[in-house]
Design a protein around this ligand. Structure first.
Ligand SMILES: [Ca+2]
Ligand SMILES: [Ca+2]
Ligand SMILES: [Ca+2]
Ligand SMILES: [Ca+2]
Length: 300
């Protein structure tokens, strides 16, 4: 499903909010104008041996080599970065020590995950210090402030299910198991949690501290397909985050937030269904500085 390259595209584009970088080997179709959004589809013809460190001037760049298992991330202006010699299932960018500089969390397939903290322009492995050297085949990470206490908590999904790790003054706890079913993607929606599994979406309403109730059908967030990625954006500027679901076995979904934890399915109305059963990643990107609103970028 979602391959490493697409995971990288996804996370690099969103947290920085300035510009997405399109892979030069991808064929990118012309954006489709809809009522309010542009939709861009790509057809991945990625050469796994390619290493491309200079595709996004002035932004975080990336490269990877599947053959020798390397991953490189560079800030092109400062010419700094790090490499990680593991097989990676994905990465996530967030400012975990709250110093205003983004840090990088790398999900490794065959070893513990790694947290690289940006210290004066150099990335330093602080995985153990933060208790984020988590083992297991994790497929996606999402950082959000679950209990609104001012620090970022971690939602981790993968073959071992869905777990929420709370941040206690810079050290993450052992995690709470939300669901034991394997999942491909997961996001926090305020205190609630939405995941995509091979057998449909699951939406966990946070009832009390560690109590969650599954409510996908009733909330309007149910999809029966094998979801591969979520992309969150307030596309209609009403102050409520809306959710796009890239689907591997069915049409893509666009869940418009109608408030109070309920959603309406609007992918048909917006022309954002994607190519049936082939989407592996989705993100919102601003491709040109003059763009007023971001476009939806979908990898197939
Ligand atoms: Ca930081
Ligand atoms: Ca928190
Ligand atoms: Ca906390
Ligand atoms: Ca909205």
């Amino acid at each position: 499903m979602a391959n490493i390259f697409e995971n990288i595209i996804k996370i690099l584009a969103v947290p920085f909010g300035i510009s997405g970088c399109a892979h030069p080997d991808n064929e990118i179709s012309v954006p489709n104008e809809t009522d309010t959004i542009d939709v861009i589809y790509t057809h991945d013809t990625y050469d796994e041996e390619a290493c491309i460190p200079e595709t996004c001037d002035g932004l975080i760049d990336y490269s990877r080599k599947q053959g020798d298992k390397s991953l490189c991330i560079y800030f092109s202006e400062a010419d700094i970065g790090f490499t990680s010699e593991n097989v990676h299932a994905g990465i996530q960018v967030a400012d975990l020590d709250g110093d205003g500089y983004d840090d990088v969390y790398v999900l490794n397939e065959n070893s513990a995950n790694q947290l690289f903290i940006n210290l004066n322009g150099k990335f330093v492995d602080k995985s153990k210090e933060f208790h984020l050297d988590i083992e297991g085949y994790n497929r996606s990470a999402f950082f959000g402030d679950h209990e609104q206490d001012g620090d970022l908590d971690l939602l981790l999904v993968g073959d071992l299910g869905t777990r929420l790790y709370r941040n206690n003054s810079g050290q993450f706890d052992k995690g709470v198991q939300i669901d034991s079913n394997p999942a491909m993607a997961g996001i926090m929606l305020y205190a609630d949690i939405l995941t995509a599994t091979d057998n449909g979406t699951r939406f966990y309403r946070n009832v009390s501290a560690n109590t969650f109730e599954e409510d996908a059908l009733n909330s309007g967030l149910y999809d029966s397909g094998a979801g591969s990625a979520f992309a969150v954006n307030d596309y209609n500027n009403d102050g409520l985050d809306d959710i796009y679901l890239a689907n591997f076995t069915g049409k893509n979904r666009f869940f418009k937030n109608t408030g109070n934890g309920y959603y309406e399915s609007v992918e048909d109305k917006l022309g954002a269904e994607g190519e049936f059963g082939s989407s592996t990643s989705a993100t919102w990107v601003t491709l040109q500085p003059e763009d007023i609103s971001p476009a939806l970028y979908i990898s197939n």
